[in-house]
Design a protein around this ligand. Structure first.
Ligand SMILES: Nc1ncnc2c1ncn2[C@@H]1O[C@H](COP(=O)(O)OP(=O)(O)OP(=O)(O)O)[C@@H](O)[C@H]1O
Length: 222
């Protein structure tokens, strides 16, 4: 569970958002919406410790992560977080399997985590382990990034426009996988301009104009 309390972000004299307070419990999906430049990516970056809020606190399982030093931040990113970005953030000159292997926990720490084979099957890339990532299409690369999340099994997923470059079927697959991860207990935060993606979430926060999420009315959960 991640809790945001009275969060504000300013750049110079410009306030992006202020007084943000909300919680994303295990098993819930929150959509961040709002016009371009409203600060959705900046908020995700604060949750992922890539940026710092100007004031306020972010707590993960009760611990204030904004006060983390470099070592604790590294462990938080490694042990808690899963990222999904529009540009995939894959290692281009490595194979599909190698990209997934870097996300897997050490063997002794794995319980019933899905194998690389299982994860690739789940995203429709069965048997593609040995292919170089740079030879894959954009939609296929995003599915590799999704398979990497499946093997990592993070407690919190931060997704920044994860379906921006995808067709309808791939968009549906990405949201289906995120939904099923949230059903397994993961908290998911997605910045999106896509109304269909927003409508598959539990709550929506319109960044810059509201300070608390509202329920998504048109639910179409699978
Ligand atoms: N380090 C920085 N210094 C100054 N301004 C910044 C910095 N980082 C981001 N900004 C500004 O903050 C604003 C919000 O950017 P952000 O990328 O968070 O918006 P967004 O809502 O995600 O936009 P989009 O929907 O277009 O992706 C932008 O105007 C951006 O230029």
């Amino acid at each position: 569970m991640i809790e945001i309390e009275n969060l504000t972000k300013t750049f110079g004299s410009r306030t992006l958002w202020s007084g943000l307070s909300f919680t994303v419990p295990h098993g819930e999906m929150l959509a961040l919406t709002g016009p371009s430049g409203s600060g959705k990516s900046t908020l995700l970056n604060c949750l992922g410790l890539l940026d710092q809020p100007s004031t306020g606190a972010i707590r993960h399982e009760g611990r204030d992560i904004t006060g983390f030093g470099p070592r604790a931040a590294r462990h938080y990113r490694r042990d808690v977080l899963g990222y999904l970005f529009q540009n995939y953030a894959l290692i281009d000159n490595a194979t599909v399997a190698a990209n997934l292997a870097v996300a897997m926990k050490p063997r002794r720490a794995r319980k019933a985590t899905p194998s690389i084979t299982d994860a690739l099957e789940r995203v429709g890339l069965a048997g593609r382990e040995k292919e170089q990532v740079h030879r894959l299409s954009g939609g296929e690369q995003q599915r590799v990034a999704l398979a990497r999340l499946i093997v990592k099994q993070p407690a919190l997923v931060l997704a920044d426009e994860p379906t921006g470059a995808l067709d309808h079927d791939n968009t549906t697959m990405v949201v289906d996988v995120l939904r099923s991860m949230s059903k397994d207990g993961c908290a998911v935060v997605i910045a999106t301009h896509n109304d269909a993606v927003r409508d598959r979430c539990d709550t929506v926060l319109t960044v810059g104009t509201t300070t608390q999420p509202e329920p998504v009315r048109e639910r179409q959960h699978s």
